[in-house]
Design a protein around this ligand. Structure first.
Ligand code: 5GP
Ligand code: MN
Length: 346
């Protein structure tokens, strides 16, 4: 299927020669890796291995249990808690491919290790404001997922013709998870041309959907019920909602890794809501509140996150953190909501 070209001729030839010249390649993604980060990573690991490269995939930290089934996931290393082992494994790489993030600091400690390697980096991403310093920055904020960038780049290299069903599965997982199963950020027709190609490679999209979205523990849904019934504060006037979740409360639920992901989306299902903020105590670091923001239309989560929560992300989906108590975090969230009142009340 013919698609519009993404890369300029000089970018394509630099990419091709850099990949050809590299014997061993490290692929990285951002902290709290999601379906896009890991789907893109595992797909690209496989494509490059079939082309004779030695490839190491490393995530900065833990991933959700519902992504464990992804093809090749068993070979992705986790930097947190395995630092020495991973450092040894990547010390002789020739090239780093940064997927689903355009900044070293989005990898926490792994970012410092990557900077220390002193080898060229290529970014394939869709977040705004990638940093300088990479050999090649293939970053398209209009794209719904890093998986879309990876697919388009592979297509232009002529490497999608022999793409396997497993590789196509990783790409589809990225497209599906970063669009909430095509509920947002998913109006570009090109996206569906890519999906048509993936179906032709043999993916089972219904199966992928169930593996990712219908795989929670019963406790995850009990928690959701509790949070919506007891812990959701709706600021009707501002079309905004705040949900809080403490580690004390967490003790009552047997949650698998990543099972608080997605809870931030639920308040937006209430008609007229424009912003949802989910505040949860970090399970590892005391005194840290992790923040997730989701919005609709022109409400700029990434700006709110940068201004109030030391974070960033996309316009309608961002994250950040605060070093304070939950009570203080709620106050910060309310301050943010009041600051953006004009746009929220529209
Ligand atoms: P989540 O709420 O799922 O943790 O994050 C939502 C989105 O915001 C993801 O695309 C993620 O990459 C981005 N994000 C989360 N935390 C940060 C952060 O601290 N900085 C930046 N720049 N982006 C973030
Ligand atoms: Mn992404």
């Amino acid at each position: 299927m013919s698609m519009e070209n993404l890369l300029k001729e000089e970018e394509l030839s630099l990419l091709r020669s850099t990949l050809e010249g590299a014997g061993k390649i490290l692929i990285t993604c951002h902290t709290n890796p999601d379906g896009d980060a890991l789907g893109s990573m595992t797909a690209l690991m496989s494509v490059l291995r079939r082309r004779g490269k030695e490839v190491v995939g490393v995530a900065p930290d833990r991933w959700p249990d519902n992504l464990e089934w992804l093809p090749l996931m068993g070979e992705v290393r986790q930097y947190l808690r395995h630092e020495e082992e991973v450092k040894d494994l990547v010390k002789d790489v020739d090239l780093v491919l940064m997927l689903d993030h355009g900044r070293l600091d989005r990898m926490a400690e792994l970012g410092e290790a990557v900077a220390g390697l002193q080898v060229p980096r290529i970014v394939m991403d869709h977040h705004p404001q990638p940093e300088e310093g990479a050999l090649l920055t293939l970053c398209y904020p209009g794209f719904c997922a890093a998986a879309e960038v990876v697919y388009k780049v592979l297509d232009q290299l002529g490497w999608t013709q022999d793409m396997t069903a497993d590789e196509a599965t990783g790409i589809y997982c990225g497209l599906m998870t970063d669009t909430g199963a095509f509920a947002y950020n998913s109006n570009r027709p090109e996206l569906y041309r890519i999906i048509a190609s993936l179906l032709e490679k043999g993916i089972d999209k219904d199966h992928i959907y169930r593996k990712v979205f219908w795989a929670s523990s019963a406790d995850r849904y009990r928690l959701l019920g509790y949070l919506l019934y007891v812990k959701m504060e709706i600021l009707h006037e501002y079309h905004a909602a705040i949900i809080t979740f403490t580690n004390q409360e967490r003790k009552h639920f047997q949650l698998k890794n990543g099972e608080t992901d997605g809870i931030v989306n639920y308040p937006l299902m209430i008609g007229g809501m424009r912003l949802s903020i989910f505040l949860r105590e970090d399970t590892e670091k005391r005194g840290v509140i992790r923040v997730s923001l989701r919005s609709v239309d022109d409400v700029p989560c990434h700006d709110i996150s940068a201004e109030f929560f030391q974070g960033g992300g996309h316009r309608n989906a961002s994250g950040g953190r605060l070093n304070c108590s939950m009570e203080e975090a709620v106050e910060v969230a309310k301050k943010a909501i009041r600051k953006y009142a004009e746009i929220l009340k529209k």
